[in-house]
Design a protein around this ligand. Structure first.
Ligand SMILES: NC(=O)C1=CN([C@@H]2O[C@H](COP(=O)(O)OP(=O)(O)OC[C@H]3O[C@@H](n4cnc5c(N)ncnc54)[C@H](O)[C@@H]3O)[C@@H](O)[C@H]2O)C=CC1
Ligand SMILES: CC(C)(CO)C(=O)C(=O)O
Length: 299
């Protein structure tokens, strides 16, 4: 299968590198990472040990492939979609966190857009080298739920490359449940500067549970069956399983980088307003992160 991975940063380089063991992969990223891959190939280390030589480019225009995998940060999705729209693909797949990415992609690209949630951990440690910080699982399916042969074919392609993959018919529920987890963990760990596990038995536990419950209420108003207790159970399960992880939002704050707050807490607040649900906890967390970003000139 010909695959373009658009956004060859941490996650895109890990997934693209693993896919390159089995498929013809083109990574779209930025220099010096792209230059090093073109010169010396891509190394994956940490919990995996892989060396591959995928094609890499900084120019994502006019590309043609069976599948476009999108792995840019949520705030770059619109620009990425506009670039991908100059090319031709049988399907696109978002591996991103946050909500709204698939709709943004579908508004620009005229091929089916699949949704994905992935629990691998990746960190770009040097040009040409990405560390796998955790081996996880990929779930892929039609973004509105149901079945689609494209999802089956995509899942088989990832499985063939050694990426354990489940093809699901309930992606809307999975995306909302992942959003509840991110809305609960990411902003609190970023503001408190703590690992994921620290919020379980801390004064922030109630705040995290409240953010998760608010997200579940918005999901139900959006027509997705996600009970409050399911969202809280998912939060507790992930925070426990990734207790020693520094969330992506904490890493962004520590790196003085823009966060994905608009696609996480901000999305909950904005969607809640459309369906007349109150989300004081998510509103407060979104405001605090945005205040930090503004103070750093990041928005
Ligand atoms: N890093 C991880 O372990 C995981 C990340 N995710 C999600 O995956 C997404 C990506 O996250 P990361 O890989 O950590 O971010 P990242 O910032 O390391 O990678 C994104 C890359 O896309 C590149 N990019 C953006 N626009 C581009 C363009 N127009 N042309 C070429 N390159 C472009 C950026 O330069 C950057 O290198 C986020 O939504 C994140 O929440 C999800 C699970 C795990
Ligand atoms: C699930 C969690 C919180 C794991 O760290 C994550 O997806 C992130 O850090 O963005």
């Amino acid at each position: 299968m010909d695959i373009v991975v658009f956004g060859a940063g941490s996650l895109g380089s890990l997934v693209g590198g693993l896919l390159a063991r089995e498929h013809d992969v083109t990574l779209v990223g930025r220099n010096p990472h792209v230059e090093r891959i073109e010169g010396d190939g891509l190394t994956i280390d940490g919990q995996l040990d892989v060396r591959v030589t995928p094609t890499a480019t900084t120019d994502g225009t006019d590309l043609t492939a069976d599948l476009a995998v999108v792995a840019v940060k949520a705030f770059d999705t619109d620009a990425a979609a506009r670039t991908l729209a100059t090319g031709s693909f049988d399907a696109a797949l978002s591996l991103q966190n946050g909500m709204g990415n698939e709709a943004t992609l579908a508004s620009h690209i005229d091929c089916p857009v699949l949704a994905g949630t992935i629990t691998y951990g990746a960190m770009l440690v040097a040009p040409g080298r990405v560390e796998c910080t955790g081996i996880g699982h990929l779930v892929v399916g039609p973004r509105d739920g149901g079945t689609d042969p494209l999802a089956d074919h995509t899942g088989a392609a990832f499985d063939a490359a050694g990426i354990e993959t489940t093809v699901a018919t309930d992606m809307p529920r999975r995306l909302w449940r992942k959003l509840a987890v991110n809305a609960a963990i990411n902003p609190i760990t970023a503001l408190a500067r703590v690992e994921n596990g620290a919020i379980l038995d801390s004064p922030a536990a109630d705040i995290a549970a409240s953010a998760a419950r608010e997200t579940a209420r918005v999901a139900r108003a959006d027509g997705v069956e996600l009970a409050d207790h399911d969202a809280v159970a998912a939060l507790e399960s992930v925070a426990s399983a990734t207790a020693d992880n520094r969330s992506s939002m904490l890493q962004d704050v520590e790196n003085d980088s823009r966060t994905e707050v608009d696609a996480i807490s901000g999305y909950v607040v904005d969607r809640a307003e459309e369906v007349d649900v109150k989300t004081p906890t998510n509103r407060t967390l979104a405001g605090a992160i945005r205040a930090w970003e503004s103070g750093r000139g990041l928005r």
